[in-house]
Design a protein around this ligand. Structure first.
Ligand code: BT5
Length: 277
């Protein structure tokens, strides 16, 4: 593929887009360091809610906590959306969760695959990570100005596009399904799904999205997990999510469950499968 393929992706996406707010406007670049970094700059300059930035490759794709997102050219999706929800800073981290639901729904409907959500923000197929989500907040004091929601989905990358150490735990939708994923169709469907869950979340709060999240994360419920939280490492059994999107974890040492927020935790060493509450 070449630059013509990039231009075709952008044009076809514009034709397929059925959203009211997300992707209006839409910026497309053959190369960026990071779509989140570029979108953050646009947001600081006043870009409206719904602005989407897509790049056909990233030279400095970002994961959480300073990690790297491997972003090979012209095969995958690297997208950032500027959101300006009128919510408190404490409420914003559950945007990670609704984005995971939107990606999972799109993978199921467009590719016919069975995705699973791994707390807080990975989407897996056949136990391999195919998507990562990075939500970054712009705030002044206690006022939230914008959330830069970055989504990376491995659509058509061959396994050879990943460094050796990732090949056992990452994959792409085309590798697991055995067929090529049409990038513009997938992206248009993702933005439609994201808009649907975002509007639901704005109007009714995270509780309106919780059942969908738990359906895709069913594997996690009742499992023992170890998470690195702001206050130290926590090991306990997952009970589910509360109405705000906090993960409820029962530890041996405490009578009431811990509430862990997506913004504060990362799973250490994966889930311990088969451990019952
Ligand atoms: C994430 O971080 O999973 C969030 C990734 C967000 C990427 C998008 S792309 C568009 C937007 N612009 C950006 O610059 N970023 C966002 P984390 O949970 O920290 O996971 C990072 C880890 O996942 C790495 O340390 C690797 O182990 C693994 N990884 C890196 N690249 C991967 C890939 N392409 N597919 C699967 N796993 C990957």
């Amino acid at each position: 593929m070449n630059d013509a393929a990039s231009a075709d992706f952008a044009q076809t996406l514009a034709c397929h887009l059925r959203t009211e707010v997300l992707g209006r406007p839409l910026y497309f670049f053959p190369t960026l360091d990071s779509t989140n970094t570029y979108a953050a700059r646009l947001a600081r300059d006043g870009a409206p809610e719904g602005t989407v930035v897509i790049a056909d490759m990233q030279t400095g794709g970002k994961g959480r906590l300073g990690r790297t997102w491997v972003s090979p050219p012209r095969v995958n999706l690297y997208l950032s959306v500027i959101l300006r929800p009128a919510v408190s800073i404490a409420t914003a981290p559950s945007i990670n969760l609704l984005a995971g639901v939107a990606v999972a729904e799109t993978i199921a409907s467009v590719c016919g695959l069975t995705p699973a959500i791994k707390w807080p923000n990975d989407v897996l197929v056949n136990d391999k990570k195919v998507c990562g989500i990075l939500a970054e907040m712009q705030a002044a004091g206690s006022t939230l100005h914008a959330v830069i929601l970055g989504i990376g989905v491995n659509l058509n990358a061959p396994l050879s596009a990943f460094p050796e150490e990732l090949r056992g735990k990452a994959s792409s939708l085309s590798v697991v399904s055995g067929r090529r994923i049409e990038r513009s169709l997938f992206t248009a469907a993702l933005l439609t799904s994201l808009e649907k869950f975002y509007v639901l979340w704005l109007q009714q709060g995270f509780s309106a999205v919780r059942a969908e999240w738990e359906r895709y994360a069913a594997d996690l419920l009742g499992k023992t997990i170890t998470v690195a939280a702001a206050e130290g490492t926590v090991t306990g059994v997952v009970l589910g999510l509360d109405a705000d999107g906090a993960l409820l974890v029962r530890t041996d040492a405490e009578a009431t469950p811990r509430r862990l927020l997506a913004g504060d935790v990362t799973v250490v060493g994966g889930y311990q499968r088969g451990v019952k509450p």
